[in-house]
Design a binder for this molecule. Structure first.
Ligand SMILES: NC(=O)c1ccc[n+]([C@@H]2O[C@H](COP(=O)([O-])OP(=O)(O)OC[C@H]3O[C@@H](n4cnc5c(N)ncnc54)[C@H](O)[C@@H]3O)[C@@H](O)[C@H]2O)c1
Ligand SMILES: O=C(O)C(=O)C[C@@H](O)[C@H](O)[C@H](O)COP(=O)(O)O
Ligand SMILES: [Zn+2]
Length: 368
């Protein structure tokens, strides 16, 4: 039986009283039935950015009942704006509107907006409700789910933040029609991540469907979003605050965050840096004797098919990598903790990588 193209699906992030739904499908934005049940009270602040506002803000507002007090805040675009100063603008707007503890923040946009709005909600009057309405592939498959919120610091990525879960995640797959190809590829990096860490069958499916995904074919995109969200929801339900298994979602991120920070936030997209970082992790796993050369070639081919960069930045030395990687939040007691691959579809946390093996990888890994 084939699934109709306009079918909606709902997943759940199981966190007891704080459990929430992830609704996935086309046409969700303007339809009041999805947003309204999750509002905490009558005050709603929609936060978005200058790129997304002209595309989707009116559509979202059309789905809100008239009797609500609705305010909007349109922030500048870009990873470089993921700062405490931008979050202060959200708090200023809430105070200026006289919003109280029963207000709801709605994050309409990609992961930058989602992370900042979630953090603003976590702190405003010690915590108010928020809803994620992700509009990039990356935010639909990853950042909108799981409650990691926060901002960057000039010295390190996502260094300031809080765990704060949304009330709901509303994924309108129609929004992907306006996404630039480079952003689509960045999102595919996090999709590939799920296959690499936890689902070898999904990885095989991605290999067979990469052309359809890059061609924005609705059925393929929906399946990739559903599988990604389902894997993430499972992990978050098991380990909300990253005491154990959740760290696997960081595959490629120790290298990737170092690239993003070194290059100045925004020159490399998060997904691009993570894609290259995953290849670095796969190659290190091979050098430690866990992966075979053929498995690294498979990983590289899939990243290449997703049009992701396969080389590290030319101006980044091994020492640049190491000094930034030492700041990573996963490290404990001065030991670097890396997510490595024991097989395609199975990842582990490793804190015993010999320093000389890591240094050699960082020296040898191709640059462009
Ligand atoms: N909290 C988490 O668990 C988590 C997970 C992964 C990534 N992140 C964070 O997410 C951020 C990256 O998110 P991102 O890739 O969505 O980047 P982004 O938010 O910068 O969005 C990418 C670009 O696409 C534009 N855009 C958004 N929706 C669009 C649409 N439908 N059509 C056209 N353009 C659109 C945005 O304005 C922006 O220019 C990073 O800061 C990363 O650290 C967080
Ligand atoms: O949800 C998680 O857990 C992740 O690690 C998902 C990552 O894709 C995401 O980039 C996250 O923001 C990284 O978090 P950090 O704690 O390494 O900053
Ligand atoms: Zn990520």
């Amino acid at each position: 039986m084939t699934r109709p193209d306009d079918a909606l699906s709902t997943l759940s992030v199981a966190l007891g009283e704080r459990s929430y739904p992830i609704h996935i499908g086309p046409g969700l934005l303007g339809d009041p039935q999805w947003l309204t049940p999750h509002l905490a009270g009558r005050q709603v602040m929609v936060v978005t950015n200058e790129t997304v506002a002209p595309l989707y803000l009116e559509r979202l507002k059309a789905g809100l009942p008239e009797e609500l007090t609705v305010r909007e805040l349109v922030l500048p675009d870009g990873e470089a704006t993921k700062t405490l100063a931008s979050v202060e603008r959200i708090w200023d707007a809430l105070l200026e509107a006289g919003f109280n503890r029963r207000c709801t923040l709605v994050a309409l946009g990609g992961g930058v907006i989602g992370d900042m709005v979630g953090f603003a909600a976590a702190c405003y009057q010690r915590g108010v409700a928020f809803i994620q309405v992700p509009t990039t592939l990356l935010s639909q498959v990853d950042s909108s789910v799981g409650g990691k919120t926060g901002v960057n610091h000039p010295r390190g990525k996502n260094m300031i933040g809080a765990f704060w879960q949304p009330r709901a995640v509303l994924i309108d797959t129609d929004t992907l029609s306006t996404l630039p190809p480079r952003e689509l590829s960045a999102g595919l990096a996090e999709v590939i991540k799920y296959g690499l860490i936890r689902d070898a069958n999904f990885l095989t499916w991605l290999e067979a469907n990469m052309t359809a995904l890059r061609g924005l074919e609705a059925a393929a995109l929906t399946r990739a979003i559903e599988r990604s969200c389902s894997l993430k929801a499972e992990i978050v339900a098991e380990d909300e605050t990253e005491q154990g298994v959740r760290a696997l979602l960081n595959l490629g991120h120790t290298f990737g965050h170092a690239i993003e920070t070194h290059q100045g936030y925004g020159r490399w997209l998060h997904g691009e840096a993570v894609g290259t970082g995953m290849l670095m992790a796969a190659e290190l796993s091979r050098r430690l004797g866990w992966l075979g050369a053929a498995e690294v070639r498979r990983t590289r081919a899939l990243l290449e098919a997703a049009a992701l960069p396969l080389e590290a930045p030319a101006d980044m030395t091994a020492d640049d990598f190491l000094s930034l990687m030492r700041l990573d939040k996963k490290n404990l007691d001065g030991r670097l903790r890396l997510i490595l691959l024991e097989a395609l579809g199975r990842a582990c946390v490793h804190d015993g990588t010999p320093a000389e093996r890591l240094a050699a990888l960082l020296e040898d890994f191709p640059r462009r």
